[in-house]
Design a binder for this molecule. Structure first.
Ligand code: SF4
Length: 299
């Protein structure tokens, strides 16, 4: 069985498998650890394994490498990218900085390493509001997600925030009709929405939160059922960890094609051939690391 072969190879190569919450169920089952992008990157720093396999997309593998440059970090499919992260280029950010020299750059962790390297401080969906609020700058350039940026702007009205016009195609696909249909179908269910969703969805949500926030709320909150507005892979973990509760996806086919590029087959091949290693120029790694490390001061 492929799962057993993966286990054997993992031991042989001193490798650890980290998988994002949106991965296919069988990949989640094969993983040693699950989490959101920053949780996985922070975890990899603590682990002693020589090889880290990132079951996720390119910016996640890059973030792991940035925080653990001494490890061999592998992404099983090189084309597993993030359409949101790719919506701003370094040249565009440099131009925006030149137009607003007094502004500081806050980048969502769903950004490329090159963007992080041009950033003053990174944030996650869970801490974006506190990072922008506490960062000592009156004017902020927030990239690349306009919906998370809108949520931040709403909660930090005292600052001038320039939003980049990027969006996650999966989260932007949720629409208000789906909310009304789901509410009618599951009247007792509470809505948990990821802040990458449109503001119309966020305004209807009981909880606006990251994937790690969804897991925490599902454990602590007393509701018995939830409508989930994020990538569908999240439902598998929510159900597994809360077997006494019900979770329904808002709408259908809310799937990130890039996340789903990772399969047991290519995970196995990645372990076997040690492909594809993530490498970046040291200048990018050190500048990007600084922007990630800066984050802890402002949460
Ligand atoms: S779900 Fe959206 S933000 Fe996450 S990897 Fe896919 S495209 Fe990028």
């Amino acid at each position: 069985m492929l799962v057993n072969k993966i286990k054997e190879l993992k031991k042989e190569k001193d490798a650890v498998i980290l998988a994002h919450n949106y991965q296919l169920p069988e990949v989640q089952e094969a993983a040693d650890y699950l989490g959101d992008s920053l949780e996985l990157a922070k975890l990899s720093k603590k682990l002693t394994n020589k090889v880290v396999i990132c079951c996720g997309v390119m910016f996640m593998a890059e973030t792991i490498k940035i925080l653990s440059p001494e490890k061999k970090v592998l992404l099983p499919v090189l084309t597993a990218g993030c359409p949101l992260a790719d919506q701003i280029t370094p040249e565009q950010l440099i131009e925006l900085k030149e137009k607003n020299p007094e502004a500081k750059v806050v980048s969502y962790v769903n950004s490329t390493a090159k963007i992080k390297a041009l950033t003053d401080v990174c944030c996650t969906s869970a801490n974006a509001v506190s990072v922008v609020k506490n960062f000592p700058a009156k004017k902020i350039i927030f990239v690349p997600d306009r919906n998370l940026g809108w949520w931040v702007k709403t909660n930090v009205p005292e600052k001038e925030i320039i939003l980049w016009n990027g969006g996650c195609p999966v989260h932007e696909d949720f629409n208000i009709d789906e909310v009304f249909i789901a509410k009618k179908k599951y009247p007792k269910a509470k809505i948990m929405a990821h802040p990458e969703c449109h503001k119309e969805i966020l305004q209807q949500a009981d909880f606006i939160t990251s994937t790690s926030g969804m897991l925490r709320i599902a454990k602590q909150d007393d509701a018995k059922s939830y409508i989930i507005a994020t990538e569908e892979g999240m439902i598998y973990r929510l159900k597994k960890e809360n077997p006494d509760k019900e979770f329904y996806s808002l709408g259908i086919n809310k799937i990130c094609k890039d996340m789903k590029k990772i399969t047991l087959e290519n995970l196995y091949n990645s372990l076997k051939t040690e492909n594809f290693p993530i490498d970046m120029p040291s200048g990018i790694v050190s500048a990007a690391r600084l922007s990630l490390e800066n984050m802890v001061q402002y949460v």
